[in-house]
Design a protein around this ligand. Sequence first.
Ligand code: CMC
Length: 436
Amino acid sequence: MADSLTVIDNRTEKKYEIPIENGTIKAMDLRRIKTSDDDFGLMSYDPAFTNTACCKSQITFIDGEQGILLHRGYPIEQLAEKSTYLETAYLLIYGELPSGEEMDGFVNQITHHTMVHENIKKLMDGFHYDAHPMGILLGTVGALSTFYPEAKNIMDQEDRHRQMIRLIAKMPTLAAYAYRHSRGLPYTYPDNSLSFTGNFLSMLFRITEPTYHPHPVLERALDLLFVLHADHEQNCSGNAMRSVGSSHVDPYSAVAAAIAALYGPLHGGANEAVLHMLKDIGSKDKVAAHIKKVKAGEVRLMGFGHRVYKNYDPRAKIIKRLVEEVFEVTGINPLLEVALELERIALEDEYFIARKLYPNIDFYTGLIYEAMKFPMDMFPVLFAIPRTAGWVAQWEEMLLDPEQKIARPRQIYLGQMQRDYCSITNRPSQAPARDR
Ligand code: CMC
């Protein structure tokens, strides 16, 4: 059996052999298919990249039909149970789990890069009191590039890694400052004696106590949520990171672009949207009416569906179990009843079954975050902090891949072809067009 595709162009009756490698054909091989010498050649049309691989990667594997997620080969279930966020970040970046010594060195580096320049605080002060923390985060991460001019040396391994460490380390600090800003509270400096998530909780919630003692169950729950969010291969924000990074801009600017992509309600903003939806529904008896609206196409069921998973998102399964552990400490979030009823009805309904719509990672996270006293607009920020590990790992892989170039898709142009400029006094009226 030949690893190739035979294509017959019915326009010319010419036959082409196109090699198949790793279950794909190279889109550039289609360009050989032409009707004449001056024909540009065939292209593929794939809005939203639904069937286009944009890179070769060794970081994260997803089997959407089976509901499998592996980071560097390790199942997400095992990482969730046995690993920590920083260890998973190390794994994503360096490809292997660290030895004890390597882990200590990595944690030490992250811990000593958590501070941000005092001018960042001034920058944050400029934001309105009710600015969305995700907007603040994206603005301040972009601004970090101006504090580290050496970040432009993206091909220098030492410089590159320093920025990757800084990004992972400073994200919780910026996120906590954004939160404190919205509450009118003074910013709390990092506490190096605490864990990554313990320190984050301290920067968020410490008031006057000299040392903040995070609740161990909540500290571990947040760390586990960070493990689950650390990477998810070529999603919208990962693709933004690679695409913007392919121009060889510094990583702070590329991460700002990735945060912008994550902000949207169809991506990382979905966890916030789920909570709004659950609150709008309000009680279990109103769930059926909401499902009716979803099926009528009036609204989407937020936290349901996924481009890749056509099965239960394995991360959502783990989070659903975590809900109980967290609620034992915080007390039950009454919206859980609404969420469970939504899931029950949706999973039995033909509309959702036919479209293979299952709960995704965002369906239950909001309930946990709310129980932990995070305001809703912090939810997407809680996604961005851990996803930074995935973004920088994807970014470095892209930079070092000799097959990668600046991202530059093609288009199918369906507009006017060349025509002559006409002076304003001689133009026909365009009233309907102007109203568009
Ligand atoms: N509620 C109701 N119908 C849905 C939903 C939903 N959440 N998601 C998809 N559908 C329907 C959609 O209307 C379409 O139906 P039809 O074939 O009759 O036109 C069909 O399912 C296929 O949908 P699609 O829009 O072509 O699927 P997609 O792969 O482009 O979209 C998605 C994926 C995640 C954007 C979408 O499922 C969605 O909008 N979900 C809600 C938002 C959400 O929870 N996002 C978080 C995703 S997971 C974490 C992350 O990546 O950030």
